[in-house]
Design a protein around this ligand. Structure first.
Ligand code: PMP
Length: 438
């Protein structure tokens, strides 16, 4: 009997043993195509010799030094690298160990910023329904996944939730995509005015929605309108790029493609590519300066912030991403999406195929015409996950339980190193899986 506290305690888990390129192998030697890079983590695939060498060299030289005593070369180098590549005025990088920690840091920094500049009445966050920003209490509060929040609601900070930008289900008959985007963006203004603009800290959103909806990009103009509203009422725009960042959508930062700038951005997953647990919160020079000029101390911190070994891995990863792999992802994405559209575009149970870069989603429906989802009790996403694993494909099916409003979906986020032949492998394994389940 296993003493590991497993996520799904009723289902015995396969034991992962080896990772090589785009494949994972379990303890029995069965091979799986890593079709979602875990949860959009393994952008470089497995066993990358350069990242391994960078980690080994750093561990040998200096595995760890606490940030209340020291900074380190790898942390400085990685911060420079990220700031040089980031759009807008993002100028400071706060390294943490993962996505939830990055969001917690972002929420606390945003609140402290307003305290420092004498606007301590600002205390509300606005986020979106059907969203996920992490599992710690602050991050969970800003998420809109009803199922994940239910048990903890009484002990969480209250957050206002507005509609996501989810054209497949939200756009109305006769409404243009642009008008739809403006309409849902304007819900932010309505909520700001309802709460009182002087009480709102900021708006939290994923530029491209990952786990909860399955690779849903915004419609054109949505984030430009959101940015305008934030500027008009003095809100901070906090973009969660934990899943969609680090090249996944075809640009290093997903929000580059929206032509907007953010005040705070969180990244994780692809930053360490699974080789080390690392995340980061980036903020503008102005926010950092306000703290420096005020109390001089960000009231936050963890033992492993700025971990040298994790930062060394991050440097090796980002070097590869900016050295050609993000471009490769941008080129490979349309090939995979095109192949999915060719195979499943008319499938009676695939309602929508969407996404950008190697961040793609297929929404599964009971009825293509009415877009009616399968009942949550049917457990379609669980069946797809299990069947796909049997067919040698690890992909990321979710849905049904998010809020009962959307269908099940499959999220694909394969490693950027995948080759053309892998397109066929993914599509044929998915086809076999859908044939067996749907
Ligand atoms: N934000 C988003 C958008 C995520 O997808 C996730 C993880 N799925 C998180 C935050 C939390 O990250 P972590 O699991 O590393 O804490």
């Amino acid at each position: 009997m296993s003493h590991v506290f497993a996520r799904h305690s009723k289902t015995p888990m396969r034991r992962a043993s080896t990772g090589k390129g785009v494949y994972l192998y379990d303890a029995e030697g069965k091979k799986y195509f890593d079709g979602s890079g875990g949860a959009a983590v393994s952008c470089l695939g497995h066993g990358d010799p350069d990242v391994i060498a960078a980690i080994q060299a750093q561990v040998a030289q200096l595995a760890y030094a606490h940030t209340s005593f020291f900074t380190s070369d790898p942390a400085e180098e990685l911060a420079d690298r990220l700031v040089n590549e980031a759009p807008g005025d993002l100028d400071k990088v706060y390294f943490v160990s993962g996505g939830s920690e990055a969001i917690e840091a972002a929420l606390k920094l945003a609140r402290q910023y307003f305290v420092e500049i004498g606007q301590s009445e600002r205390r509300h966050f606005i986020a979106r329904r059907q969203s996920y920003h992490g599992n710690t209490l602050g991050a969970l509060a800003t998420g809109g996944n009803v199922w994940r929040k239910q048990a903890f609601a009484p002990i969480m900070v209250e957050t206002s939730l507005i509609s996501p930008c989810y054209a497949y289900r939200g756009q109305q008959e006769g409404e243009s995509a642009f008008d739809y985007g403006q309409r849902v963006a304007n819900e932010l203004e309505t909520e700001v005015l309802r709460l009182g603009p002087e009480t709102v800290i900021g708006f939290v959103a994923e530029p491209v929605v990952g786990a909860t909806l399955g690779a849903v990009p915004p419609v054109e103009g949505y984030f430009k309108r959101v940015r305008e509203i934030c500027d008009q009422y003095g809100l901070l725009l906090i973009l969660d790029e934990v899943m969609c960042g680090m090249g996944r959508t075809g640009s290093l930062f997903a929000h580059e493609q929206e032509g907007i700038t953010a005040d705070i951005v969180t990244i994780a997953k692809g930053l360490g590519a699974g080789y080390q647990p690392i995340g980061a919160m980036m903020c503008t020079a102005g926010i950092h300066q306000a703290i420096a000029d005020g109390s001089g101390f960000f009231q936050h911190g963890h033992t492993y912030i700025g971990h040298p070994t994790a930062c060394a891995a991050g440097n090796a990863v980002v070097k590869k991403l900016t050295g050609g792999l993000v471009d490769r992802c941008a080129g490979m994405g349309p090939k995979l999406k095109g192949a999915l559209q060719a195979e499943f575009g008319q499938h009676p149970h695939i309602g929508d195929i969407r996404g950008c870069g190697l961040f793609l989603g297929l929404e599964i429906v009971a009825d293509r015409g009415t877009k009616a989802p399968f009942a949550a009790a049917d457990g379609v996403n669980k069946k797809i996950k299990q069947t796909a694993m049997s067919n040698g494909l690890a992909c990321y099916p979710m849905g049904g339980t998010v809020d009962g409003q959307s269908g099940d979906h499959v999220l694909l986020a394969p490693p950027f190193i995948m080759e053309d032949t892998h397109v066929d492998e993914i599509v044929s394994k998915l086809k076999k899986t859908f044939d067996e389940v749907l």
